[in-house]
Design a protein around this ligand. Structure first.
Ligand code: 1HE
Length: 267
């Protein structure tokens, strides 16, 4: 694992850059000359970044520079791997993207242009997705004679259902940003060039929540949703009791009752 530098972020490959904005960490895919294709160094850099976030970071944003979010797996590296090496390679992607989904902080992905193959797998590992109107989604693995390997078979059916994913893989279907929004690929749809500001604003909003609440939303909620109902209800009760007992909850509830907390008014 890379050692954190003075900025608090680990040393990253040239395809990635990290910066902080207050309590929000921003990871930039910056290999536009290759359409932000994800080579091994980039995947390991993503893993290092999300594994070593400074303790005071409360949310993160991932986005890409250039015309596209990401063209997916770096096909140039997919040379003569044998089956065993292929499994290890896919497991490396799983490890890295698990650091996003089940890491330290909620992650917002900002999408534009091509969000394809492994790029869509990266986006699917984030908790919130903001898409600009230029975004489009595809799983070209079928036509390349390969298979998804970065977690899509688990994460995409949760978002769009098995049959839409089958359609994407069988037929190479491309979904537009608008279609992606109605299918559930993105949570927010914004104009071109507006995604990063929206993503940062959302991350700042998320960072305001009590850390234990965000922990519950990230780590407990998805497990409950996929468990049998009885264990789900039990896990939910445990999480609710833990959060309620925290100092944060006491302060925030008191703030509301004493008219200092924000109301839930329509914006
Ligand atoms: C790449 C890659 C890449 C571009 N690996 N080098 N992903 C794909 O099947 C998508 C492949 N890419 C494309 O369809 C197009 O590049 C785009 C539609 C994304 C962009 O088109 P365009 O016209 O802007 O760029 P370009 O001219 O195609 O590409 C510019 C350069 O980036 C060019 O290299 P150059 O040295 O000739 O300048 C391309 O070769 C290079 N490039 N995409 C390597 N993907 C864990 S399993 C996940 C499995 C997958 O992700 S499969 C999906 C792979």
């Amino acid at each position: 694992m890379a050692t954190p530098s003075k900025s608090g972020f680990p040393k990253l490959p040239p395809s990635l850059a990290a910066e902080r904005r207050g309590e929000v960490a921003i990871l930039t895919l910056k290999r536009p000359q290759k359409r932000n294709a994800l080579d091994d160094a980039t995947i390991l850099g993503i893993e290092a970044f999300f594994s070593t976030l400074p303790a005071d970071i409360k949310a993160a944003v991932v986005h890409g520079v250039g015309e596209h979010f990401s063209a997916g797996l770096d096909l140039g590296e997919l040379t003569e791997r044998d089956v065993a090496e292929g499994v290890q390679h896919s497991r490396m992607w799983h490890r890295a993207f698990e650091r996003i989904e089940f890491g330290k902080v909620p992650v917002v992905a900002v999408l534009h242009g091509a969000v394809v193959g492994g790029g869509l797998e990266l986006a699917a590992a984030a908790h919130i997705r903001v898409a600009e109107r230029s975004a489009y989604y595809a799983l070209p693995e079928g036509s390349r004679g390969i298979y998804v390997g970065g977690g899509a078979s688990v994460r995409l059916p949760r978002l769009i259902g098995v049959t839409h994913m089958q359609d994407m893989m069988f037929t190479g279907r491309i979904y537009s940003a608008e279609e992606g929004q109605s299918l559930g690929l993105s949570h927010y749809l914004v104009g071109n060039g507006k995604g990063l500001a929206k993503g940062i604003a959302l991350a700042e909003r998320i960072a305001e929540n009590a850390p234990l609440t965000n922990f519950g939303i990230m780590h407990v909620l998805p497990r409950i949703a996929e468990s049998d109902p009885a264990s789900g209800y039990l896990a939910e009760s445990l999480m609710a009791a833990i959060a309620q007992g925290s100092k944060d909850a006491k302060v925030r509830l008191k703030d509301f009752l004493e008219k200092r907390g924000k109301k839930v008014l329509r914006g």
